[in-house]
Design a protein around this ligand. Structure first.
Ligand SMILES: [Zn+2]
Length: 440
């Protein structure tokens, strides 16, 4: 018989009101079996992984953090957000195509400088963590150095991050265009260095159809076909002027979505932002491909882009996750975005439950990304990406919370009235990466 000596495991137990999902809740089902609420329970974390939950206090072999009376959720997953656009959030007065030219492209030009890219990436990932977002699918800029900076910043914090150098070889100003051969070389180098390292993954990142030539789209499709473990991210059918422009640029394509489909860019690891102006054939094609749409409600309202039809997506059977799309979006806070998501659905005559909304920002997003085995829930074996929230801050939210009786009523009021100021702590793989200052 042999004996092996192992290091003692790092054991951390968090006490609070645990809320997560075991599957996708029904669209308007308020009393859903998919909701797993464990009030005043302990979440047990060993060596960064969740090993279980229990009502009784664990023994003295566990480091204990008592957050009783607080809400504990899986960390949010933001499936569509732009790192360099923190600098242009809240810019006045334009729709998508003007907004890109007036605000966004000038801001992105600055990321050619590695020092700017590095500082911007650090600020960005720390901002995500300070908003309760522990994993993200991110656009940097066309510059290789901006993708490197994001990968390094996420790795330093142990975060799950999906990104890739933006592809754009036309219809963009000087300093923001690449070319097919150079872009392909950069992608291959970044894939070799970062894809699958730590918790990083590479996304073939087409900005949107108008800024890539057909040759560049073909190159992007070839990268995806060569390695099915790569993600793909882009924008689709956000704004009516954009849709008309794409129809003029690609007269042979059946639709905007078809521009991507025929190049092999629609697959189960594809994340398409917006998807507002789709038709039934597009929805069927999305469902058949396994690709997901990132619903970006605060951006869609702010830029006046349109109202995403979530029930039609459910009926067609494709996956929908929630996203901020900062800087078109107006906050990194997923609660703020889900509040806007509720309003967008209400404007179209639908009602978005807290369950459908929060699932799309946690387990639903994780599963749509093929990462359900790693993040998005408190199932045993998941990495402990976890956030602790105040149920209510300030007299109005506190009074509302005090009179709420049903679970959905409580959680819905939390989702509508809370934001990043409610966040107490964010843990990434069991390590605290954000804590609110005691005086806040
Ligand atoms: Zn976007």
């Amino acid at each position: 018989m042999t004996t092996t000596t192992t290091n003692p495991k790092q054991r951390l137990a968090l006490r609070g009101d645990l809320l997560d999902f075991t599957s996708m809740p029904g669209w308007a089902q308020l009393d859903s079996p998919a909701v797993r609420f464990q009030p005043d329970h302990w979440l047990l974390i060993e060596d960064g992984r969740i090993v279980g939950t229990q009502a009784a206090a664990p023994d003295a072999s566990w480091d204990r953090e008592d957050h009783s009376g607080k809400l504990i959720l899986p960390g949010f997953i933001d499936t569509h957000v732009h790192c360099p656009q923190l600098d242009v959030i809240a810019s006045y007065g334009t729709e998508l195509l003007d907004w890109l030219n007036t605000y966004t492209f000038p801001a992105e030009c600055r990321y050619a400088d590695p020092a700017v890219a590095r500082a911007g990436a650090e600020r960005f990932v720390d901002a995500l963590l300070a908003h309760g977002t522990t994993a993200a699918v991110v656009f940097p800029t066309v510059h290789k150095t901006s993708a490197e900076a994001l990968f390094e910043a996420a790795a330093a914090r142990g975060m799950r991050l999906v990104t890739g150098k933006v592809l754009m070889d036309r219809h963009a100003p000087d300093g923001l265009r690449d070319d097919v051969a150079g872009a392909e070389r950069d992608c291959i180098d970044l894939i070799q260095r970062f894809h699958g390292r730590d918790r990083l993954a590479y996304a073939v990142t087409v900005r949107f159809a108008p800024t890539s030539t057909p040759e560049q789209l073909a190159m992007a499709g070839a990268l995806c076909r060569a390695d099915a473990s790569l993600f793909m991210q882009t924008h689709v059918a956000e704004n009516r002027s954009e849709v008309e422009w794409v129809a003029r640029l690609f007269p042979d394509a059946r639709s905007y979505l078809d521009v991507y489909a025929r190049e092999g860019l629609l697959h189960p690891r594809a994340v398409l932002a917006h998807g507002i102006w789709l038709d039934e054939d597009d929805r069927r094609q999305l469902a058949a491909s396994g690709a997901q749409v990132a619903f970006c409600p605060s951006s869609n309202l702010f830029l006046g882009s349109g109202l995403f039809d979530w029930p039609a997506a459910r009926a067609a059977g494709f996956r929908v996750s929630a996203a901020s799309d900062v800087g078109g979006g107006t906050s990194l806070s997923m609660q703020r975005n889900l509040l806007d998501g509720y309003k967008v659905q209400a404007m179209a005559g639908h009602r978005l439950s807290a369950w459908a909304a929060l699932h799309a920002a946690t387990r639903g997003a994780a599963e749509a990304l093929g990462l359900g085995g790693e993040i998005g829930s408190f199932d045993a074996g998941r990495l402990a990406d976890v956030c602790v929230w105040d149920w209510a801050r300030g007299p109005v939210a506190e009074a509302r919370h005090a009179v709420a009786r049903e679970l959905h009523e409580k959680v819905f009021a939390w989702m509508i009235l809370s934001d990043e100021r409610n966040l107490l702590a964010s843990y990434v793989a069991g390590k605290p990466q954000f804590r609110r200052r005691p005086d806040r």
